[in-house]
Ligand binder design. Structure first.
Ligand code: MRU
Length: 342
């Protein structure tokens, strides 16, 4: 599999992206040669997932810098357009700002910085995957684990490897995964279309379930732990992730199961005090009123369609980044969880 997003320096430069709307039916790579096309690709979820959005943000500035050399004001306004497409995943704006910081050095420096964001992604994800695998091993029973996940936090949500699903990949390589239960993730089915596709590529045993079946799977003893990614983690440890994550956390606590959030440090936003301050993106009602283009509700039915929700830190067993493990229940940053997990 190619990198989820990448830079192609030919013909004046372009962003390449695996088209995540086409999967699993078709694997195809798009070439996005204008900021307009990149903005559209982020809005329609051709590119999605917090770390992948961070990379796309940096690449968007690279694209603008190449298209408008000698016009920094234009590059800055194009960069702002990219940063504003999706408000919840802090990585997007962070990626934009990181590349923009090199603008005074010229377009080549901006492109180099954007490419550095991409290059760092794999190393970061492998590190946090190893740390999260250690944490899940310590929190779970002493046998291969039955893990439940939501949305897609795999290679497709990053440049490569993944965060939550990266931890699953690491555990699978250690022979420590019995089964993954993948929630389909209404309304856009990132779990069904993307996570099931990645698990199949990885050769990891998995079953797909409707989101509403997750709590009963826990009640019936089919789950050892829940593992997910995040789009923004507030300074107090509250974590925004795909809509439905909060319900999983409530159910996990009810059944005494640990829920672990796995995300890079670039997803931790110390400027956001708590989950109450995280802007939650609301998406078009047609995503809920119709299924694969077929209406499933009376025309014009009013819809509430938040793309994300916030899980309070107190419901989480841990938040794992590449640098540290936060024991989220108490929300004290510490070198490692008790039991010597480093
Ligand atoms: O709307 P999406 O598909 O961009 O939402 C993605 C998620 O909620 C992921 O779980 C999150 O970005 C973490 S992925 C590393």
């Amino acid at each position: 599999m190619a990198r989820t997003v990448d830079w192609d320096d030919g013909d004046g430069g372009a962003v390449t992206a695996i088209d995540q709307r086409a999967l699993p039916a078709e694997y195809r790579v798009q070439r996005l040669a204008s900021v307009d096309s990149l903005v559209a690709a982020i809005a329609d979820l051709t590119i999605r997932g917090a770390p992948a959005l961070g990379a796309a943000g940096a690449l968007g500035v690279a694209l603008a810098a190449r298209r408008h050399p000698g016009d920094p004001d234009r590059v800055r306004s194009e960069a702002e357009r990219v940063a504003a497409v999706r408000p919840t995943a802090v990585n997007l704006r962070r990626g934009v700002e990181r590349a923009l910081a090199r603008l005074d050095e010229g377009a080549d420096a901006v492109v180099a910085e954007a490419c550095a964001v991409l290059d760092e992604d794999e190393a970061t994800n492998r590190r946090l995957g190893r740390r999260a695998a250690d944490v899940l091993t310590a929190l779970g029973p002493d046998r291969p684990l039955r893990l439940l996940t939501h949305c897609n936090s795999g290679a497709l949500a990053t440049v490569t490897w993944g965060t939550g699903l990266g931890a699953v990949r690491e555990l699978a390589e250690r022979g420590r995964v019995a089964e993954v239960l993948a929630c389909e993730t209404r309304p856009l089915l990132q779990g069904a279309r993307l996570t099931a596709w990645e698990l199949r590529e990885m050769g990891v045993a998995h079953r797909l379930l409707v989101d509403a079946a997750a709590a009963s799977a826990m009640a019936r003893g089919l789950v050892d732990a829940v593992v997910v990614g995040a789009d923004r983690i507030a300074a107090n440890g509250d974590a925004a992730n795909k809509i439905g994550t909060y319900a999983l956390a409530c159910a996990a606590v009810r059944h005494g199961l640990p829920m672990v959030v796995v995300a890079p440090e670039s997803t931790v936003d110390h400027a956001t005090a708590s989950g109450d301050d995280i802007v939650i993106e609301e998406r078009d009602g047609d995503e809920v009123r119709a299924f694969a283009g077929v209406p499933t509700a009376p025309p014009g039915t009013a819809v509430y369609n938040p793309a994300f929700d916030v899980t309070p830190a107190e419901l989480l067993a841990a938040v794992v980044t590449e640098e540290a493990t936060f024991r989220a229940g108490a929300w004290e940053r510490e070198a490692a969880l008790e039991r010597g997990l480093r």
